[in-house]
Design a protein around this ligand. Sequence first.
Ligand SMILES: [Zn+2]
Length: 479
Amino acid sequence: MKRTLLCALCFLLLLSGTAARKTDKTRTAGMRHIAASFHLYDSLQKCIWNYAETGYNETRSADLWCRYLESQGFRVERGVAGIPTAFVATYGEGGPVIGMMAEYDAIKGMSQDTVPYRKVLHEGAAGQACGHNLLGMGSVAGAVAVSKYLAEGHPGTVRLFGCPAEEGGGGKAYMMREGCFEGVDAMLDWHPDTRNTVNTQTGLANVQVKFTFHGKASHASGAPEQGRSALDAVEAFNFMINLMREHVPQTCRIHYVITNGGKAPNVVPETAQVLYYFRSPSRTVVGELLQRALKAAEGACLGTGTTFDYELMSGNYERLPNETMAALVYANLQRVGGVAYDARELAFAAEMMSRSGLTDTVPSRAFEVVPPADEGYEAYVSSDVGNVTWGVPTGSFRYATFIPGGNGHSWQQVSSGGTTIGTKGALNAARVLYLCAYDLLTDAALLNKVRDEFEARRGPDFHFEPLMGDRQPPFGYNR
Ligand SMILES: [Zn+2]
């Protein structure tokens, strides 16, 4: 009798052990899909790396992801929000609805080969200097992994948003304005980096504004008194903005480039143009900076006998944090862990770091998960993800796909992002996306907590006011 009881107990323990293994999320269909698909995703991210299409021109990149997602059983809607290269891909039925976001745009003039030293691949061409080839791949892989889990009969939906023109085009701001993200319960977001950590910063809200000054052309030497220089107006305007810097909150950032300063010194410039970014942790302060800048532009015109107009090209909210999402992301980051490099990748990293002037030639930050820093890079950058965080509770994190030594938007990032170093980081990101989605799909109390925090932080009367108003996306800004 005793023996029978013992056997029954052992049998029950065995059963519960089997059940525990079955519900171990790290062994589910989604994780198996990612583990088995390294070469597939490595080749897909390299296709996007090679296309290197700039914002709103990502025709081939968006098409590649749409076709791949369709092949995986997703229902794909192309050209959403009136943007030809934006799409939404959905798998599953009913709630909860978990969102992920893919980007794929490159940056002008950043062409670079996949070597650990500076070598332009195609003179003057664009390059993936922010790793959006990887950002898109990691998110697509994460969403497909979720679809493998849902395909086993589990309830819920995963929705992958194809978001164009993050680099200055504000694609997500326009998608948010058109209601693309409505109906999503929680959003998961990541970005390539040199380390593995969770985002907790609000970052900076920003607007991108193009000021165009109009003067009167004339022979610069023969009849200068007949001319009114639009370039003078740009210079006077910039001078006043540079004085203004002393009298704005310390956390503001203001930067500009002169995109048209005239064509020849012997012609008084009839037209001149300067492109500005105004940033602050508060979108209200950003609005105030813009109003002051408009007054400065009026002053510049009065003094130089010119006129001006301006174009508000894009605008992004600061991020709305969600601690519940951040804790979930951080727990899963720790579960997945750092990125492991083989000998070839380590040698590549060592050469790149050495050539970048670093004394340490081991990318040790890539090997571990670190807690979020209070200050630093994330505190002072802007992203169109900021807009989305006010529509859907969002968890954001960063994974090591780059080798330390290059700053953001550098040739080093183009280079390492196009190698297996980038693929490994992006697939770890896909694992974290998948594991977080799994938790949100299977734990109703967790999702409720996320939603409650979101509603409390956003306030009861929130209404999304797009910072760029009702204008059309600046489709041609990158040509
Ligand atoms: Zn980026």
